[in-house]
Design a binder for this molecule. Sequence first.
Ligand SMILES: Nc1ncnc2c1ncn2[C@@H]1O[C@H](COP(=O)(O)OP(=O)(O)OP(=O)(O)O)[C@@H](O)[C@H]1O
Ligand SMILES: [Mg+2]
Length: 262
Amino acid sequence: MLELDAVEVLAGERRILGPVSFGLPAGGLVAIVGPNGAGKSTLLKVLAGETPPMGGEVRFQGEDMAAFSASRLARRRAVLSQSLEVAFPFTVFEVVSLGFDGAPRALTAGQKAARIEAMLERVDLAGFGSRNVQTLSGGERQRAHLARVLCQIGEAVDEEGPKLLLLDEPVSSLDIRHQVDTLRMARDFAREGGLVVVVLHDLNLAASFADRMILMRNGRIAEDCDPAALLNGQTVDEVFAIAMTRIDRGPGRPPVVMPHAV
Ligand SMILES: Nc1ncnc2c1ncn2[C@@H]1O[C@H](COP(=O)(O)OP(=O)(O)OP(=O)(O)O)[C@@H](O)[C@H]1O
Ligand SMILES: [Mg+2]
């Protein structure tokens, strides 16, 4: 569904991504992990079509992504960014409704309002619609933006094919139950036939939900494999420069990893 061919991004003289080449089929949840500055957000912006690669090509369902119009992109993929500041005192309802502005669909105002309310309930923000988004807690704000992104993307598959959901550290401010709830929603989207790419720092949470994990280091891919293989191998210790203790959970299941107590 998504293919990267020798993709590179430069910041001035410095190559901050690539060259990277890989393919991602629809119907999966792929977790991207790696240290701060490894290029995870840069890669996600390339997958979103927000940052055009300076070398190589990204193909979305066989077509060069650079040729997609903004409105077509908005219908085919949605992105939850790592930074979620809102410069204006929008209400939560207004923030979520921005999702519909990005990807216009033939819905009446009443239908949109009903979907927004249903989505707020889904992210556990029922009754928050009239609140000023700037007054929300960090985790509440993150879930309000998740609702916006889910309203934008709609169903995982439509008549034009599977859609792409890109989430950059979507659980960084969430308590443990909302972390699990959020990744369950992401996994449901993948099970329904869409493609989800999610950046996460929690290796164990990533391994619990992902079908595949991509470990990045210095703008390149250090490992690309299933979660059990990734967490059992030594590359994670090398890439994060910290020795991990592994708690085995039986065959076929990824171990739990923890940094050695200091
Ligand atoms: N516009 C830019 N100009 C200069 N350097 C940049 C620019 N954008 C990103 N970088 C650098 O590229 C590297 C990769 O950044 P990126 O945001 O992709 O990292 P990340 O893996 O998402 O890290 P984090 O875990 O901290 O979010 C970093 O070293 C960053 O400082
Ligand atoms: Mg980042």
